[in-house]
Design a protein around this ligand. Structure first.
Ligand SMILES: [Zn+2]
Length: 106
């Protein structure tokens, strides 16, 4: 079953606050969010053998952890636009829930 769309998404300070229809609230640190960017450029793509070729770590530029805005993609994801111009990451609601769960257990 796919995760339902959040009831609300807002930025408070350095966190993205997501309220889910079941009442759960996730506070996602913007820096962690950016570091978790799921796009092929940040995360790497698996080759034919399933091995991930992760690109060499690049230093994050100015504004990399600052959110300009975000867009809702279809009914399944959020796409953040970072101030350094990066916006390739499509964060599915499932993925956001997972990130939120990691924060809770940390
Ligand atoms: Zn990315």
């Amino acid at each position: 079953m796919s995760q339902q769309a959040p009831s609300s998404v807002q930025q408070i300070g350095r966190e993205l606050v997501i309220v889910w229809p079941d009442g759960r609230e996730d506070y996602l640190d913007l820096e962690s969010l950016r570091r978790s960017c799921p796009c092929a450029m940040c995360k790497g793509e698996p080759d034919l053998h399933g091995r991930i070729h992760k690109p060499a770590a690049r230093p994050y530029g100015l504004g990399a952890f600052l959110l300009q805005r975000w867009a809702t993609v279809g009914s399944y994801a959020i796409q953040p636009y970072w101030q350094d111009g990066h916006s390739d990451g499509i964060y599915s609601f499932d993925f956001l829930r997972e990130l939120g769960s990691r924060v809770e257990t940390a």
